[in-house]
Design a protein around this ligand. Structure first.
Ligand code: ADP
Length: 283
């Protein structure tokens, strides 16, 4: 009898705990949704006035170069470039909140890979020259001209990886190597047999083994001093990885401290606008 009573007490304690846990989980879910909504709304509201500042300062640079003094033009250029940096950060926060809320949409379309090298060089040539770094884009022969993915998101990931490569490299080179390879991942996770690999290679500061997984986490940077020295929000890699997964791909990292890093974006080699369900691994 005593044993039965004891069992009943324990059962009721367990039931109460389960109810508590359920309530707690619901609260957690709700506050996470509020946070994402707040981030999305705030970023949207901040973008509108910032866009006016950017457009107007651009107009001053283009149309008033004769009437403004060199010093004044310098000030306007700083306003414009600081505004652009701020906009990039706000866009990162907006993207991050969309991915977190599961609201990031991808639009698959035919992408012409033959145009990519010129596009990337056009985008980063000036940065490379300013930093006295060699920059090259190399395409292997077996890379197809066309494949299907979300072009805008693919560019966004590559721009993120390349901006980091330039940011964390003081001497030497930044390279992009595009190849078509056997799927290096477990096939049950990534259904495509062949994948396109976009390797972004730099001869920069490198990342220690302890930090190699951590840098893909949101708001994380390899070490506390990085933020002060190089700036940044710590969101770029987290967003890039989530986007790569939404496209059915992945990002890998190889690095050696003091020697450099290679971030490789893998995307499935889809030959047609296919219905193959993309697997947002862990998303
Ligand atoms: P952010 O660049 O805004 O700090 P990221 O998510 O893009 O955020 O990168 C996270 C961290 O990963 C960086 O702060 C840096 O410590 C490290 N990192 C990223 N790319 C490189 C690279 N190419 N070389 C060395 N460290 C890197």
């Amino acid at each position: 009898l005593v044993l039965n009573r004891e069992l009943e007490i324990q059962k009721s304690v367990a039931e109460n705990a389960a109810v508590e846990l359920d309530r707690y989980n619901k609260q957690l879910e709700l506050s996470s949704r509020y946070k994402s909504e707040f981030l999305a709304n705030m970023s949207h509201e901040l973008r509108t006035p910032l866009n006016s500042m950017l457009i107007l300062s651009q107009l001053l640079i283009e149309n008033r170069s004769n009437t403004l003094s060199e010093e004044e033009l310098g000030y306007v250029s700083v306003i414009h470039s600081s505004g652009s940096d701020l906009l990039a950060m706000i866009n990162d926060i907006l993207d991050f909140s969309k991915v977190e809320a599961g609201k990031m949409q991808v639009e698959m379309d035919a992408v012409n890979l033959t145009e990519l090298p010129a596009l990337l060089t056009g985008y980063f040539d000036k940065t490379a020259a300013k930093r006295s770094l060699e920059f090259s884009v190399q395409v292997e022969e077996d890379v197809p001209d066309l494949f299907f993915t979300d072009e805008m998101r693919m560019h966004q990931i590559l721009r993120n990886l390349l901006s980091n490569a330039f940011k964390f490299t003081e001497h030497g080179f930044v390279q992009v190597k595009i190849s078509c390879a056997e799927n290096p991942f477990a096939v049950q996770d990534y259904q495509q047999e062949r994948m396109l690999a976009f390797a972004v290679i730099d001869s920069g500061i490198g990342i220690s083994e302890a930090n190699r997984e951590l840098v893909f986490e949101a708001f994380r940077q390899a070490d506390g001093t990085t933020a002060r020295k190089y700036g940044g929000t710590g969101l770029g890699l987290s967003i890039s990885l989530q986007l790569a997964r939404l496209l059915g791909g992945h990002i890998t990292l190889q690095s050696e401290e003091g020697k450099g890093s290679t971030f490789t974006l893998y995307l499935p080699y889809l030959q047609e606008e296919t219905d193959i369900p993309l697997i947002p691994l862990g998303a």
